[in-house]
Every structure is written in C-alpha cells, then in structure tokens.
Design a protein around this ligand. Structure first.
Ligand code: BGC
Length: 775
C-alpha cells in the first residue's frame, strides 16, 4: 500500500514538473500547483552573484543591471523572470560604466532623506521620487531599496542622513510620499530597515530592547503610516534583533504587526547578509532571503525533508513572491531605454533642494546684495558633499561645487585662495588614504580633507581684497559606522572654530560679513559657535546640484524654506539616548570600556522621550528646536479655527500672510497637547503640518489640516490598546515646536480605543527614565 502511494506521489510530482503554465497575474494558484518543491525553494532565496544558475551548475556571473544589489531567481519553464533590486535611497545606485560599452549609466544624485524631511512638503517629495523612479524603470531595475525609514533616535547614528526625522509623523508622511512617487512608475520600493535599526555599531546582531509603548508610538509608527498610506511593494527586515529574535525571524513583527494589524500585502526581504535561522525567517513571514546563497536553499530543502518546515509555509511565501513578480516591469516585458531624463532631473533637484535647506541664522547677511568678490573658505566649498557613503551613495556624473555655483551667479571667487584649495584637497585625500593603508585599515571610501590651515595675515589680506567671506563646514557619515561625539565630527575642531572666529574678526573690522554653510549629513554641535558668523545656512547633503542650489539661496534667486526635522541640542549629553548609545562606552580603550554595558544590546531607556518630546516637556534648552527654520521674509498667522466632527475627526484651518518684503513659503506645524489624567504624555506632539505655496509679499493662503482620533492615540501597555482619551485638547499652531503662534482648544466627547495583540514584548521590561512636565 505504502509503495503504491509513494509511486502515485512520484507520478504526481512528475506531472507537476511537466505541466507548464506560464505565469500570469490571474493564474498564480495554477503556477504554484505546477511548481516542484525545488522551484519553490529557489524563489524564496535571492540570486546573488556566485549562486548556481537554476537548472545548471554554472554560477551567476553578474546581474542584468551591473551594480545592482541583488535579484530574485528566474524559473524559465514557468515564465518567472528575475527581478532586479538596487539601492537607494538618494537615487538609483548602479555601476556608471559597463565593460565593452562606451555608454555611461549615471544616475541623478537626489537630496538625501533628511533633506526631503526638512522640506515638510510631501507633494514635492513625491515629485522628486517620481523622477527617481523613472531612472529605476528606464535602467531596467524593478525595485529600489528605499526609503530608509528609521527614526533619528540619536544624532550619531551613521545612517541618519538616509532616514527622515526624530518624529514619526513627519517621517511617516515623508516616507509615504517617497513611496508614492517611486511606485507611480510601476516599479517597487523596499521600505527599510524594519525595525528599530537605529545604530550602526554591532549592526549585524545588536538587540534593540524597547518597551511596547515607545516601540509602537515611535519606532514602528513611522513604518505604520507609510505602509497604511502608500502600500509599498516590499519591506526590508533589518540586521538587528528586536526584543530578542532577529527582526527577519520575528513572527510578531512580520506577521502579527505588519500583516495582521497593518494589512501589508507585499513581500518582506532580508537585509543583505546571511543569518542562521533561514527556516525561522520563513515561518516568521520573511519571504525572500537576500542577497541569497545556495546554502540557504539547501537549508530549506533539509528542513522540509526533516519535517521542520511545512510546504504550506513555503507556499504562502511563494504566493507572496509571485504576486510581487507579476507587478514588475521585467515580468510585463517592459523594454527599458537606458536613457532616463538626467538633464530634467538635475534641474528638478536644483529647484527643489532649497526647500530642504534650513536658514539657522541671518543677521542681515542674506541674500547677498551689492557685493561680488568672495573669499571662499572651507574644503567643502570646493569639494561639496552631495550625500553619504555606503549603499546610500549614488554614482552621479558630477557634484556642483559652491565655487561653481557662485561663479554661475557672476560672483568672483578669490583666485589665490581657490588655487590653494585646488592643490591641497587632492593631496590631503591621497595622504589620508595612504595613512589608512599604512595602518592596515581600509582606506576611507570618500575622505574629507581636514580643514586647511591659513595664516592670520592671509585672512586679513583676503578680507581686505574681497567683499564677503563664506566658510563651508563639512561632515559626512555612512553605512557601517556611527558618528562620534568628538571634535571634527559632532563638534568643530579647534582649528575650524579658531578659523571661523579669525575670519569673522577680520571681516567685521572692515564691516564685511561672514556666512557659514553647513554641508553636513546629520546634527552637529552649534551652541558654542553660532554667534560668530552673520548667517548660517544648513545645506545638509542635498544631492549633485548642491553647490548650485546653495549659491541660488545665497545670491537670492531662491530662498530657503526648510525646517528642522530634528532637534539641534545644546550638548550631546543633554540627549537622553546619549547615555546608552553605544559610542559613549567605546572610548580609545575600546572593548574593555565597551564591556561596561550595552554590548550586543541597546536598551531604549529613554522610552518615548526622544527629540522634542523630551526637550520640550522637560524644559531643557536647545540650540535649535525641532521644526525651526528662518525665511527671507516673515509670516503672520490668523486666528485658527478648529472643528470636531461626530466621528471625532478634527479639522483645523489657519490663514498665513506673507508679512515681509520678499516671496517665501511657510510651514505651519500643528502640535496637540492632550488632556491630563490618562497616560503620561509629552507636553505636545506633532499631529499635522502644511506648507503654503509661494506667497508674494502681502499674499495670504488658508491651510487646512485634519487629524483623525487614531492619530491622537497613545499606546497603553497595560491594556495593549491604542487609546484616545475624551476631554479638552489644545491645538497649537507653530512656526517651530517652540514658536507657537496660536492656540485653540477642542473637545473630544468620547474616548476611543483600538486593542491590539500583545506582541514584541521584551524579555525583561526596559527600565525607563521618568520625565516631569516643566510647563
Ligand atoms: C544595507 C541596505 C542595502 C543593502 C543592499 C545593506 O548592507 O543595510 O540598506 O539596501 O545592503 O545594498
């Protein structure tokens, strides 16, 4: 009997193998039924270079699109093509040249994630990523591995430039707009790195230990908004562990929260690296192992044979994979041109970048008027940084320097100074590379030359011979390393500070101005020196048109309209997470000091007290608050009106008037303070925002913002429910989190509650700090 059954089984398998439906959007069941177990396994494991080409013994030599990060495995007999996956997020990352071809394949270097969030303008973000997505499609890529969604928990996270904000609403809405733009082209995104991936130190295995409230209100909330609003095709689980298991192996995260609660319908892929536990990943709902190895396929095969992995589990993930594949351009037979509109996109980047630049100080210095001769200081003025390093870097054709930008406006850059920098920068970069090699280290991928020393006599001569001075301060960061709370990274070097002071003194004595441009990827210390220059423009790392866009603002053909998506604190140690962000314990003595605590795990002891939620509530002064940014003009807010509908939906309107003398755009931030009595809450939280169109002097615009009761909810760990209390709320309309221009109360007559399953619970509750309201 047994033998007959076996024979029957084998015959059915053979029939399945020979039935050859071709994949269509409407025959996925039929295709799954026709697939052999081996084919199903192949589909769940990425197709990295070196993996065996399906059905042969030949290793895959390269991707269809050279420089792509990965792909899925094709199954030719069923008409299943290989989808190509490439990085993100500041543009498409592929190789710019190809062997045997004289064509170039450059991609546009777009503003990094932090710049997009500083725009507070989802419509513009969507416009930018619609252009980015065209490059993805026209270069034959199916999924862009972006956007980076993790919250800025601590300013030293080395990948913060790829991410958006310290606030989950701003991050979530910026992310949703990003996704909409890319996917409007018929290509996919991979929202990453899911979740609580807030540091690079020990990134492969660090356990982020977070209590459920902070996790849900902050670290998951940004992903939740983007998933619910924009339905990304794919999500990338992160390298780290979250409250125990690796995120890629967390059923709570990938199935309980992501699919069952949020309704995610796409595929989950791992971040790029093999981990033990492939079978656990399949069980958790991680559909695709990237970059993929034949070894992972072997493990799945063995698990099925051993009975520890059910074919039903494999089938569920295979179905997700096929539903994904049928959406891709490669499946649809799209013939890409390899000729995206790079010129048009460069123009768009130049026009958009100023919206993400933040004017921090302006004491009558900007825009520059009536002067032409510039003493241009700072290595970054000549060697401008467009974006960060690592997988988020883009192979762009050029980066416009500030020198070029200023010259395009007819400014005359001091030629002797420019010649010194021209010789110094390449020399110093080579020296840095050689030094690293000499020490047996990897040479820095994109070194920044330390600031050039210039004698005081020359500063004086330059001040006399020129009419204005500009000094660019540069910092960069990238994947794999966190930044450090030391001079030259978090704070200025003694030399930078002294040089800034000396240039300012020499200029001021002659009645000339000094403008500082910050060409940086993340927050730095500003409190101790911000009084020195006459203006500070935070340009961030705004993409390949950086120097041009900065010059447009400085010279007044564009204006800044960005606001900070994070707080600039007075000092690093005033940030609650600085006390357990790993760097602090990794001093020069290294591992011994690191062993004190926090090795292999990070306890999010600050709980919900991240960024302005902490500083604003505790009344701790900061250098520049969340949401801050000046303009070349000024704005007045009318008395706002707030209405509450029967279903609890709040609608707020406010009219903004340009009360200054030049055109500008204003961002209105709507913070809400909850009634006392329920859960302890921050003194206020951002619940909506809106940006005006360009307003001419005297012009007005009425902005409407709405908030639904779910957006007002906090997470109650005791009841495992999102809860919005009944009572009187304050709607606070701010030009920044600390510049509240109008305040209106509204009432919710009944409470709301949304219970959820108890998931992602830390093995031991994290002991959190307590914060008491200062006001
Ligand atoms: C990064 C991801 C990236 C992937 C592919 C990983 O190391 O963490 O962000 O998408 O590599 O390049």
């Amino acid at each position: 009997m047994k033998r007959t059954l076996l024979a029957l089984g084998a015959a059915l398998c053979t029939i399945a193998a020979f039935a050859q439906p071709r994949l269509r959007a409407d025959n996925i069941d039929e295709v799954i039924a026709a697939m052999t177990l081996e084919e199903k396994i192949q589909l769940l494991v990425g197709y990295d270079i070196g993996c065996t080409v399906v059905g042969t013994d030949t290793p895959l030599a390269g991707f269809r699109v050279p420089g792509a990060a990965g792909s899925t495995r094709p199954i030719a007999r069923l008409g299943i093509p290989s989808a190509i996956l490439a990085d993100g997020p500041a543009g498409l990352r592929i190789n710019p040249t190809r062997e045997g071809s004289s064509q170039t394949y450059y991609c546009t270097g777009f503003p990094v994630g932090t710049v997009m969030a500083s725009m507070w303008n989802p419509a513009l973000v969507k416009e930018l990523t619609t252009a980015m997505g065209q490059e993805v499609k026209e270069y034959g890529v199916d999924v862009l591995l972006a956007p980076g969604m993790n919250l800025h928990r601590n300013p030293l996270c080395g990948r913060n430039f790829e991410y958006f904000s310290e606030d989950p609403l701003l991050a979530g809405l910026t992310g949703a707009a990003y996704i909409d733009g890319i996917q409007s082209n018929g290509v996919g995104v991979s929202l990453k790195h899911f979740a609580a991936n807030n540091q690079e130190i020990s990134r492969w295995e660090n356990d982020s230990r977070v209590n459920p409230r902070a996790l849900r209100e902050l670290y998951l909330k940004c992903f939740e908004i983007a998933v619910r609003d924009a339905a990304p095709w794919t999500i990338m689980s992160s390298y780290n562990r979250l409250n125990g298991p690796f995120t890629q192996q967390s059923h709570d995260l990938l199935t309980g929260v992501l699919r069952d609660e949020w309704g995610f319908k796409g595929i989950v892929m791992t971040d790029w690296g093999f981990k033990e536990g492939t079978v656990a990943a399949v069980h958790a709902g991680n559909d695709l192992m990237e970059p993929g190895s034949d070894y992972e396929a072997w493990r799945l095969r063995e698990a099925v044979a051993a009975g520890t992995l059910a074919v039903e589990d494999i089938d569920r993930n295979v179905r997700n994979m096929l539903e994904f594949i049928v959406r891709t351009p490669v499946f649809k037979g799209f013939r890409h041109s390899d000729k995206p509109d790079l010129e048009g996109h460069a123009k768009l980047v130049r026009e958009a970048a100023p919206e993400g630049m933040v004017l921090l100080e302006n004491h009558g210095a900007l825009p520059i008027q009536g002067v032409r001769k510039v003493a241009l200081y700072g290595v970054g003025s000549y060697d401008f940084i467009a974006g960060g390093t690592g997988s988020g870097d883009v192979n762009k054709a050029y980066v416009a320097s500030l020198k070029e930008g200023l010259e395009s406006h007819g400014m005359v850059v001091d030629s002797e100074l420019a010649a010194w920098y021209r010789d110094y920068i390449p020399y110093k970069k080579t020296w840095l590379r050689n030094k690293a090699l000499g020490e047996g280290k990897y040479p820095p991928f994109r070194p920044i030359a330390p600031e050039m020393e210039i004698e005081r006599n020359y500063l004086r001569k330059n001040a006399i011979e020129n009419e204005i001075a500009i000094f660019t301060i540069s910092r960069n960061a990238g994947e794999g390393n966190d930044r450090k709370a030391v001079d030259g990274d978090w704070s200025l070097t003694a030399q930078e500070r002294q040089m800034m002071q000396d240039i300012a003194d020499e200029c001021h004595i002659l009645g000339r101005k000094l403008i500082v441009v910050l060409n940086i990827g993340g927050v730095i210390e500003t409190a101790s020196w911000k009084h020195i220059p006459d203006a500070i423009l935070l340009a961030w790392t705004p993409g390949q048109e950086g120097g041009n866009a900065v010059a447009d603002i400085l010279c007044g053909t564009a204006y800044p309209s960005g606001k900070l998506p994070m707080t600039f604190p007075n000092s690093y140690l005033s940030i609650p997470s600085s006390h357990n962000f790993p760097y602090l314990y990794e001093g020069p003595t290294g591992v011994a000091a690191a062993a004190v605590r926090n090795v292999g795990f990070t306890e999010y002891q600050e709980g919900i007290w991240v960024g302005y939620r902490y500083f604003g509530t505790a009344g701790v002064p900061v250098s520049y608050p969340f949401g801050y940014g000046l303009s070349y003009t000024s704005f007045e807010y009318s008395k706002p009106v707030v209405k509450v509908a029967k279903d609890g939906k709040v609608t707020a309107t406010v009219t903004v008037r340009n009360s200054g003398e030049t055109a500008g755009k204003e961002i209105v931030e709507l913070y809400v303070s909850a009634p006392d009595g329920g859960l302890v809450k921050p003194s206020q939280e951002l619940k909506a925002f809106a940006k005006t169109r360009e307003l001419a002097p005297g012009e007005t615009q009425t902005l409407t913002m709405s908030i639904d009761p779910y957006t007002l909810a906090s997470f109650n760990e005791t009841t495992s429910a999102w809860e919005t209390a009944a009572g009187t709320y304050q709607a606070r309309f701010g030009a920044s989190s600390e510049d509240i221009r109008a305040d209106v109360s509204f009432r919710l007559s009944k409470p709301f509650s949304w219970p959820v399953e108890r998931l992602l619970i830390p093995q031991t509750p994290v002991e959190e700090i307590t914060v008491t309201k200062s006001r």
